[in-house]
Design a protein. Structure first.
Length: 286
């Protein structure tokens, strides 16, 4: 018997700014791994559990008649439905209380009261994207991330022409030669940082998932070569689901606030605690 695609619905509290969320994800999507088409977010993904690995694809779309998202899962993920849905909830920020957040942020949230903070399907993936995004454009980082996934990722069959591989795991990269990583157009210092993160994760010294001790994890990240405050905060925002993360050195945030001094930006952010990650999203999207 041919296995069928599974579908589930995940509810959220309205308002929910789906277009802003998928716009953010789409602009940063990794070629071959994920994409946005026809209002749907699609991607390949892996779930590791009890020594086993499930690889497949998902597609996420809003349900027109409900405050819910529909998640379609490939048959190959049938044994990992709950872990997959847990990641979708985190990435799509479905547990948020938008009214409480908008009330705390005040005028900053007036234009987009349903804005969410996108999470991460994989902590290593977000860490690599953060490293690649240092001091280059979102578009350029997206291009290099696609090369990285093509070089080290795992092939997967999907019904989407643009999605053909799963992003490499930390173990796929931990023992790669620096010159091999750098050959993809990544400067050597960033290649070293990516490998250092991969090795720290493989050795269990660094865990990039929600629920870990945020301050301790930030400390471990900052101790790695090539990881500055922006990178650490961005990883905390997305991979750790830390809703008070605030990359105050970010150029876009400084421009939005009309403030060049990162220290003054950090001081301004005190008014938005404990929701500074949402404030950052509002400042980025305008």
């Amino acid at each position: 018997m041919v296995a069928r695609v599974r579908s589930r619905r995940l509810r959220f509290r309205p308002p929910y700014d789906w277009l802003a969320l998928v716009g953010f994800l789409g602009a940063r999507s990794i070629e071959g791994v994920e994409g946005v088409s026809g209002g749907a977010y699609c991607r390949a993904m892996r779930i590791e559990r009890a020594g086993a690995e499930d690889i497949g694809w998902i597609a996420v779309t809003p349900v027109a008649t409900q405050s819910a998202l529909r998640v379609d899962l490939s048959p190959s993920l049938s044994d990992a439905v709950e872990p997959v849905l847990a990641r979708v909830r985190q990435v799509m920020d479905l547990a948020a209380d938008p009214e409480a957040i908008a009330s705390a942020l005040g005028p900053l949230a007036a234009r987009r009261p349903g804005l969410r903070v996108p999470g991460a399907f994989d902590g290593f993936e977000i860490a690599v994207r953060a490293i690649l995004g240092q001091q280059i454009s979102v578009k350029a980082a997206r291009t290099i991330a696609g090369r990285f996934a093509a070089a080290f990722g795992t092939a997967v069959e999907t019904p989407f022409a643009e999605i053909a591989r799963v992003f490499p795991s930390a173990s796929d990269v931990a023992e790669r030669r620096i010159d091999r990583i750098a050959s993809l157009g990544i400067i050597a210092s960033r290649a070293r940082t990516i490998r250092a993160i991969a090795r720290a994760m493989v050795q269990g010294e660094l865990v990039l998932t929600p629920g870990v001790d945020v301050e301790a994890t930030l400390g471990r990240l900052r101790a790695l070569p090539g990881v500055g405050e922006w990178t650490a905060q961005y990883i905390a925002m997305r991979a750790l689901a830390w809703r008070d993360a605030f990359p105050h050195t970010d150029l876009g945030i400084r421009k939005a606030l009309g403030e060049e001094d990162p220290k003054r930006v950090l001081a301004a952010g005190e008014a938005w605690r404990p929701w500074r990650a949402y404030a950052a999203m509002h400042l980025w999207l305008g």
